[in-house]
Design a protein. Structure first.
Length: 319
């Protein structure tokens, strides 16, 4: 019979109480309490992996799994709780450190699309709802950019988690209506920017006007203009508001640019009642090229007002 011992780790498995495990080796990273708490809140027994242990001089040293044992201890409420351990009896300290340092070297991480599709196969409600919503617009969720596909999977989930199903529905409807399904319009920055407008301006944002005004500017031009204002999705959001507002002399249908930087959106419920609220001076929002502290809508708004009706906010250098 062939000898395959060179390909099989010389280990055995034991259930060891957490109190009998030591995980303070110098080569290990510091424990993240926020990670432990977050994982404990979403505890799933089937996601618990065996802890890798090196038994030296009768002591069980954990060299992979220190967060696992702390999560189990927190959820169970006891360090008497046993965990399955993969025990090595032939390692020294330097070998443990080498294994720890290189354990992820040849591991291929899952990409968001792969995780999303696995959740589809598992029948998880959130991903099924997102998929069905996307497909209701004649689109699909894909792993790469191509006509008819949305590949910014993490952004779809982010908007769904943060703002809900109906907000995501409106974001998709606005983007498809404005750019007629151009696959470049479904980038993470553009979807987050549209979501920002949807959540900030709510019903004050006229869907038909958005489609008309933003549909008149190409994705390439939108991207160039956004990069000139600032990095990230907020640059896109600013440009979208400016294009939506146009150069109207009346403030009646304009969206207040300063509202994008407010912590509290509740003041937008009466949008349109006060014309002065609609004009913003970028110089008041920024000092020396950097954004000042965010404002609430009822907090010193006079400080961000001050351009004439026909003026457009000045450009801001990209941060």
């Amino acid at each position: 019979m062939p000898d395959f011992s060179a390909f099989v780790p010389n280990v055995h498995f034991e259930q060891i109480p957490i109190k009998n495990l030591v995980s303070n080796q110098e080569y290990q990273r510091n424990l993240s309490r926020s990670h432990i708490n977050r994982a404990a809140e979403n505890f799933d027994l089937y996601q618990i992996n065996p802890v890798k242990v090196s038994r030296r001089n009768g002591i069980n040293y954990v060299f992979n799994g220190q967060h696992t044992i702390e999560i189990v201890a927190l959820v169970s409420g006891s360090r008497e709780t046993p965990v399955w351990c993969m025990v090595y009896d032939d390692l020294d300290y330097s070998h443990e450190a080498d294994i720890f340092a290189n354990q992820m070297k040849f591991v291929k991480p899952l990409i968001p699309y792969e995780i999303f599709m696995a959740n589809i196969e598992a029948g998880n409600d959130k991903q099924l709802m997102i998929r069905d919503l996307v497909e209701s617009y004649g689109m699909i969720i894909g792993s790469s950019k191509k006509p008819g596909a949305i590949c910014a999977v993490s952004t779809l989930e982010y908007i769904f988690d943060k703002h809900g199903y109906h907000a995501l529905d409106r974001v998709l409807r606005l983007i498809i209506g404005a750019w007629e399904g151009d696959f470049n319009s479904f980038s993470a920055n553009i979807m987050k920017a549209v979501a920002k407008l949807v959540m900030v301006y709510k019903e004050a944002l006229d869907d038909d006007l958005f489609k008309e005004k933003l549909g008149a500017i190409s994705i390439n031009q939108l991207t160039r203009n956004a990069k000139e204002r600032r990095a990230g999705f907020m640059g896109y959001a600013e440009v979208m508001v400016l294009e939506y507002n146009g150069k109207k002399k009346s403030n009646a249908a304009k969206l207040p640019l300063n509202a994008l930087f407010a912590k509290d959106y509740s003041g937008l419920d009466n949008i349109g009642d006060d014309d002065d609220f609609y004009e913003v001076n970028d110089d008041a929002l920024f000092q020396n090229g950097s954004q000042v502290e965010e404002l609430t809508l009822d907090e010193n708004l006079d400080e961000v007002l001050g351009v004439d009706d026909e003026d457009e906010p000045a450009s801001v250098d990209e941060e």
